[in-house]
Design a protein around this ligand. Structure first.
Ligand code: BEZ
Length: 403
């Protein structure tokens, strides 16, 4: 039997047209860029690329905690926009860094990259940030090239250059009339720049570095080097080690009895976030850094109390770098009311930011690196007590930066 043909009514036609229009609108919204006003209502995507495993794991966690702490204190927002995190463990492995950074930028399409601890990894991140014009904020890694020949309008650092604390410690050692020094570090940008900064400050003040020793990152077989130091008998030893490596070195130095005869100096990374594990071996050590215990400024007091409450742990220098990375980004985003596409205005606001940092007031150099006091600290119990200012308002020389 022949079926009766269904004639569409006007109502059916209207429904069909509405459905087609909705489908078209959905397709258009997928293919066209989102209008700025709508974009500002979306979450801002932050790519946290940091070490969560390996010798720098504790450092990556401290930075992450403090970055999130600031965002939480700011109502879960930066520049009025809610925040969405994309997190990658970079393992402090430079060979994996380009892939890791590219995943965040190209696959996850983050608005901002934040990272990292290890200078070699940060150098790769800086290249990806430059190639893609992605905003990058470095909360720790001190590689000189990043605010030197590779400096760029879209790259900022809230920590230090490796040169800064090294240079300050060299100046102090020379002022103390030490004549000879041995330096020792992992062989990569951070260690070589830190010991290079020490040498510059020490030799400008009349000292002489008689031997520069290195071992591959992240090796911790220190024994043969300690034997060599004992034989060389310098007036002072300056080393760059951090995280788990710093714990082991300080303990090995004391176990070899060298702490009784040759003073051990370093940038503050040698004893920051590590004193619990280093115990007696670290007592009395002198270091230089842009952060210390006992600063007692109102911002530091509030920061320490909030960090302790949130994480049941004392913050360290790494936490300060993470907290200030969030503060700096908030300054930029607030200036453009969350519209990150206004890049020039955002960069200008970040460049002229006056950050109320737990370390004290912080401004940035033309190369986007902190200009800051470098404190002289002494280990007393579980604290890196501030005992003076080694160099006031020290700026990295930013050699090769063309900004
Ligand atoms: C660096 O690789 O730049 C670095 C790592 C740990 C502490 C300080 C600096």
């Amino acid at each position: 039997m022949k079926q009766a043909q269904h004639q569409p009514s006007r109502r059916d036609m209207r429904r069909a047209l509405t459905a087609v229009a909705a489908a078209l609108a959905a397709m258009v919204s997928l293919t066209l860029p989102i209008a700025p006003a709508m974009a500002q209502q979306q979450k801002i995507k932050i790519g946290l690329m940091l070490p969560y495993t390996g010798t720098y794991a504790a450092l990556g966690n401290a930075i992450t905690n403090a970055f999130k702490l600031y965002v939480d204190e700011n109502g879960g927002k930066l520049g009025g926009r809610e925040v969405e995190y994309f997190v990658v463990d970079d393992e402090s492995d430079p060979s994996k860094a380009p892939d890791n950074a590219n995943k965040l930028v190209k696959r996850d399409k983050v608005d901002v990259l934040v990272g990292t601890v290890h200078s070699g990894v940060a150098l790769a991140m800086a290249k990806v940030a430059r190639d893609n014009s992605t905003l990058l904020i470095i909360p720790n890694a001190g590689a000189g090239d990043i605010t030197g020949p590779l400096c760029a309008p879209n790259i900022f650092r809230t920590s230090f250059s490796n040169w800064q604390p090294g240079y300050a410690m060299g100046k102090i050692a020379a002022e103390q009339k030490k004549k000879t020094a041995v330096t020792f570090t992992w062989k990569y940008a951070a260690g070589e720049e830190s010991t290079g900064g020490f040498k510059e400050g020490f030799e400008a003040g009349g000292g002489k570095v008689v031997k520069e020793m290195t071992l591959p990152f992240p090796q911790v077989e220190f024994q043969s080097y300690l034997t060599e130091i004992a034989a060389l008998k310098p007036d002072v030893v300056y080393v760059f080690f951090a995280g788990g490596g710093a714990v082991k070195f300080v303990k090995d130095y004391a176990a070899a009895g060298l702490n009784k005869t040759i003073p051990l100096y370093g940038p503050g990374f040698l004893t920051d976030g590590t004193l619990e594990a280093q115990g007696d071996a670290a007592q009395g050590l002198l270091t230089t850094l842009h952060y210390a215990d006992g600063l007692n400024n109102p911002k530091d007091k509030a920061f320490r109390a909030a960090y302790l409450k949130a994480f049941k742990a004392e913050p360290d220098v790494y936490a300060v770098g993470g907290y200030d990375a969030a503060q700096l980004l908030n300054v930029g985003l607030t200036a453009v009311k969350g519209d990150i596409s206004k890049r020039n205005e955002l960069v200008a606001a970040m460049e002229s930011a006056k950050i109320d940092s737990p370390r004290g007031p912080m401004t940035l150099s033309k190369a986007h690196n902190p200009v800051q006091d470098i404190y002289l600290r002494k280990v007393e119990g579980k604290e890196n007590k501030v005992i003076g200012v080694a160099v006031k308002a020290l700026a990295d020389p930013a050699r090769g930066c063309k900004l």
